[in-house]
Design a protein around this ligand. Sequence first.
Ligand code: GDP
Length: 298
Amino acid sequence: ADSPEPAKPGLIGRLLGRKEPSEPRRVLDDDMLEQLEELLIASDMGVDTALRVSANLAEGRMGKKVSTREIKDLLAAEVARIMEPVAKPLPLYPTKPQVVLVVGVNGSGKTTTIGKLASQFRAAGKKVVIAAGDTFRAAAVEQLQVWGDRAGVPVLTAPEGSDPASLAFDAMTRAQADGADLLMIDTAGRLQNRADLMEELAKIVRVIRKKDPDAPHNTLLVLDATTGQNAISQVETFQKLADVSGLVMTKLDGTAKGGVLVALADKFGLPIHAIGVGEQIDDLAPFDPQDFAAALTG
Ligand code: GDP
C-alpha cells in the first residue's frame, strides 16, 4: 500500500530534524535513546510501551551508526508489530439481527460512528436498524435521526426520559420482524453516575437477551483519539460497565498523534474495528497497522 506523506513531521522527523532520510548516519547513544523515549511518551504511547519499544529498537545497536531512515523503519516495524493483532474489521455473523451495542462517553463520536457504520453496512447490502438508546439527551436522538436519514436507515426512538431498555426490546422486536441483518443500539455516555449507567447497560443487555440469548454480539467502545491517555482510563471504566468486545477510534484526522492506540493495543489487546477520519459519512476507515505506523513515525 502506498502511504501518503504525513502533513506534519512524525516522531523521527522531530527527533533528528532532517529532511533527507537516509544520510548522514549518527551514533545511537544514550542521549539519542533518551530523546526517542521522550518523543514516544509525548506521543501518548504510555511510559511502559515507550520504554519497551525504545529498548527493542536499541537492542544490539547501541554505539553503532544508524541513519534516520533506519530508525524510522525500525520504529515503524515495532509499532506495526504491536498493532497487527488488533487490526480487525467488525466481524459479521449470519445471525439476524446481529446486535451491536455502542458505548462511550458523550462527545467521543458514538452518534457519528453509528451513522458511518450504518452507511457502510447498507452499502454492503445489509439491512440495518438503529435504536436511539440515549433517551435522556434529546439532541443525541435528533442527531442520530439526521445520521439515519443520511445513511438511509430507520432510527427507532422513544420519548425523552423513557427507559432505554424498553426501546432496545422494541427495537429487537422490530429488527427481527423486518429480518434486519444488524441492529445498532446507541447508549448513554454519562459517566457522572457510573452505578446508574452500569444498571442501564445491564438492563438493556438483559432484555435483548430475552429475544436472543447471544445478544449483544458486539459491544463497541468509541474513543476519541484527541483525549490522549484519557482513552486508557475510559477503556478500564467501560470494561467494568459492559463486556467491551472492540474499539473504534475517532478523530484521527485531527492533530491527535494517535500514539495512545499503541498503548491501548499493548495493554488491552482489544480489536480496533475502524478509525474515524473526519466528520462526513464516508470518513470511517479500516485500521491499517502499516499506514498507522508509517504516519506515526514518519
Ligand atoms: P457522541 O456524543 O459520542 O454521540 O459524539 P458525536 O457523534 O456527536 O460527535 C461529537 C463531535 O465529534 C461531533 O462534532 C462530530 O462531528 C465529531 N466527530 C466524530 N467523529 C469524528 C472524526 O472521526 N473526526 C472528526 N474530525 N470529528 C469527529
